[in-house]
Design a protein around this ligand. Sequence first.
Ligand SMILES: [Zn+2]
Ligand SMILES: [Zn+2]
Length: 372
Amino acid sequence: MKTMKAVVFKGKDRVAVESVPRPAPRAGEAVIRITATTICGTDVHIVRGEYPVKPGLVLGHEPVGVIDELGPGLEELYTVGQRVIVGAITPCGQCFYCLNGVHSQCGGGIGGWRFGNTINGAWAEYLLVPDARANLAPIPSDLTDEEVLLCPDIFSTGLSGAESGNIRVGDAVAVFAQGPIGLCATLGARLKGASLIIGIDSNDTRLDVARRLGANVTLNTKGIDPIAEIKRLTDGRGVDVAIEALGRQETFENALRAIRPGGTLSSLGVYSGKLVAPYEAFYAGLGDQKIVTTLCPGGKERMRRLMAMVEHRRVDLTPLVTHRFALDDIEEALDLFSHQREGVLKVAVYPHGARAHAENETVAVGALDELC
Ligand SMILES: [Zn+2]
Ligand SMILES: [Zn+2]
């Protein structure tokens, strides 16, 4: 049996780089050789035991790679050696949920999220892609791996917060938390035509990036009341749309308090435990507010659209990739990422060890000036 190197979840706070069986595709499936992948905040939740997955699973859900092997039925659509990305969410395109247009819920609640959740994921040398016909998205030939690395999840998710919030031209928008997803939500608000975009976080470095991605105003939550400031900036009304991009009671509640009557709270965070909607912020349930939630949109058409935005230079996501690691150094990468050290936003992980770790220092902050 052929084997490969992969990062296996061993239980709370433990991962290990191990040799595991290399997947082989059946009909309709493909195997890609991973050329680059990354770490998501959700992976940190998994490793900390805050989101349950089975020990023994290969983690990771953000694959960039090259088609290595095609199962029967795909020969006319794809070729071995073709560069592709696959969304973090891999809908089948045929079930009740897919055919009702909620692809991320494929097969049932959160069911579209399979990589590193219910099936082996992308922190490996090779990845089995289910329903490949709906999910393999060819990379435009002039784009590098790092230019499209954030498309499978972070850009798709962040942008979806702005889309689900139904932001209209001229809207005032507040984005709570400016981690990678919040930053992409800020970028999404700009792409959707918001006039006033207020980025909120407690980290000044992240607020600097938020301004470069489209925030006209940034608020550091240390020492100020963001709600009072948001009301002041919006003639006392509150914003049309608030995007929650952290997944905590405090930010959910602030987002609810920040929207005007009839406004929309678009929630992207991953919560644990119970959420409370305070009586007055909720207008006793009579405020004509909308609360919408979104799981990262996936599938190859979504990926094509996101990569088209990169290809035509509407967005440049590379400044968000601040650090680089080999797969063998995943624990070091996880440690850096989860503790938000060294101004880290996203780390690129190379299963075949293409990029030197030593590059980190040169790329870290200088590249931020290049942001759109
Ligand atoms: Zn993710
Ligand atoms: Zn489906």
